[in-house]
Write a protein of this length. Sequence first.
Length: 174
Amino acid sequence: METKVEPGAPPTSGAALADAAVVARSGEDGIILLDLVLAVAVFAFVVLVALPSLPQGTTPARHAAYVLEVAAVLKTDRTAAARTGREIATRIDVPERRVAGGTNRQIVMLPEDLTLEVIASDICTTEPGRFAIAFAADGRSCGAVIRIGKGTRDWRIRINWLTGFVDVVAPQAG
């Protein structure tokens, strides 16, 4: 038995329906591919335009984080000296831009765009550019001021010589 298909009538057999779906879908696939290519091109253009405007170097937030990391190393050594009853020194190497803890060997490396300066007594100076901030068991220290700056933003860490108290001073606003 043959089935007659009237011209203009929609296909009713399973094979005819599958053929029609494949033809329709391949056209949609081309449109989806074109949409994907356009989306990738727009994204690449946005990245190309936005990338140069991203901050270069250490951001102010990361700058503050480095300062707080150095202060934490100093405070850890001060606490350990009081707890163990022996002198513990935090080592600061200005040329290498490195601060190393005396108890847990924690090391903070500062990036090249941050300046590191230390003002300390001769007692703290081991050689030019290298310092050992010593904390005694009774709370004393050799005292120092550490400046970590970038441009006009200067953070300071002060170590009191009498009490060993470690104080962080934020940059002046303005």
